[in-house]
Ligand binder design. Structure first.
Ligand code: PMP
Length: 360
């Protein structure tokens, strides 16, 4: 039976990448050591980190005046790191409250004594649509935090909010390299690797040079300036996670890059949305204009039926379609590594389930 993993993260990886890891594992480049055993100060690892950084730059067309940094601590540590590094003038940030992860970013910023203004929120509407950016003054906020893709609620900004002269900082964890954005529109971007870029343990930060180096006495492990100076090797970096991300980046290049990924993600998600929208049993709650290309929540409205569906899907090789506990129902994540055939298999299964369980 073919297995498709619809997990929201850690998530499915491209088959050729897993095959390459398997091949490399006992002896990386005939060194007699696995990647897990090599020194981060070795030439072998230098090549890995340099080419991962270069491939990221190529794929996202990152301008030279931006740093590409590799951190640990997940997206969550960046909710602390970004305000401490970047909110140095007004000690205040604006937040578009588009869901759980935006809310978490605000909560962490508050913990380090940065003021957080919620500029707009769709919480009362259960986050089924995106908040609209209001007019702001140019000199109120160090930056506006936006979560480009809301992993749990299934919304995404396809058009970025207009923040005027105020910097935009994007949490791109769940649609990083799966949807095209212009890096120049952001002062900084953060993204955990474990959805579209490999395995947990690595977090990417892309930040414009003129924004860093303004904070004093930061803890070293979140200091953007220090990590830039030390090529992300202030201490032992997550060697294996960077190696895995490097392989995913090579695969992405071979596949045609981010624009191609976006197109494929659109095709996969349209297939599923089109099915859900005509179904009598299932509903996709997110308003059409704000729908994510990669995280698709849907419900039957009957928790017992949801449960039955999730169990039967797993029996059919369609894994991890249980929705997040805060939303309930189901959620299918269709990240870059999910083949079109996976989306087809899911829709076929849902169609059959609907027919067998009293739908049309
Ligand atoms: N931001 C978004 C959009 C996420 O989806 C997640 C995790 N699912 C996080 C941040 C937190 O990431 P981590 O678990 O790596 O801290």
């Amino acid at each position: 039976m073919t297995i498709y993993n619809f997990s929201a993260g850690p998530a499915t990886m491209p088959d050729p990448v897993i095959a390459q890891i398997k091949q490399d594992l006992p002896s990386y480049k005939n060194s007699g050591m696995s990647v897990m055993e090599i020194s981060h100060r070795s030439k072998l690892f230098d090549d890995i980190i340099d080419s991962a950084q270069q491939d990221l730059r190529d794929l996202l067309e990152i301008p030279d005046n931006y740093q590409v940094l590799f951190f640990q601590g997940g997206g969550t540590l960046q909710f602390t790191a970004a305000p401490l590094n970047l909110a140095t003038k007004y000690h205040k940030i604006g937040l578009l409250d588009s869901g759980h992860w935006a809310d978490r970013a605000g909560a962490e910023a508050s913990r380090v004594n940065v003021d957080v203004d919620v500029l707009a929120s769709t919480k009362d509407e259960k986050y089924v649509k995106l908040p609209q950016m209001p007019q702001i003054k140019d000199d109120d906020y160090d930056y506006i935090h936006v979560c480009t893709n809301n992993t749990i609620e299934g919304t995404a900004f396809s058009k970025l909010p207009d923040t005027g002269k105020t910097e935009l900082v994007g949490d791109m964890s769940s649609n990083f390299m799966g949807q095209k954005y212009d890096v120049k529109d952001f002062g900084a971007i953060m993204a955990g690797a474990q959805k579209n870029l490999g395995i947990a343990g690595l977090t990417i930060v892309i930040v414009r040079n003129d924004l860093i180096g303004k904070a004093q006495n930061l803890p070293s492990m979140i200091d953007y300036q220090l990590f830039a100076k030390k090529r992300s090797m202030f201490n032992t970096p997550p060697v294996f996670a960077i190696y895995a991300a490097g392989l995913v980046l090579k695969w992405l290049k071979e596949q045609g890059g981010v624009a191609e990924m976006e197109q494929r993600n659109r095709k996969k998600s349209n297939l599923l949305y089109d099915f859900l929208d005509q179904s009598k049993m299932f509903t996709a709650p997110v308003v059409k204009s704000d729908r994510s290309l990669v995280n698709i929540p849907f419900v039957t409205g009957n928790p017992d039926l949801d449960k039955k569906l999730i169990a039967e899907a797993a029996d059919n090789g369609l894994l991890n379609i249980k929705g997040h506990r805060s939303v309930g129902g189901m959620r299918a994540s269709l990240y870059n590594a999910m083949p079109y055939e996976g989306a087809v298999a899911l829709v076929d299964f849902l169609n059959k389930f609907e027919k067998e369980n009293g739908g049309n």
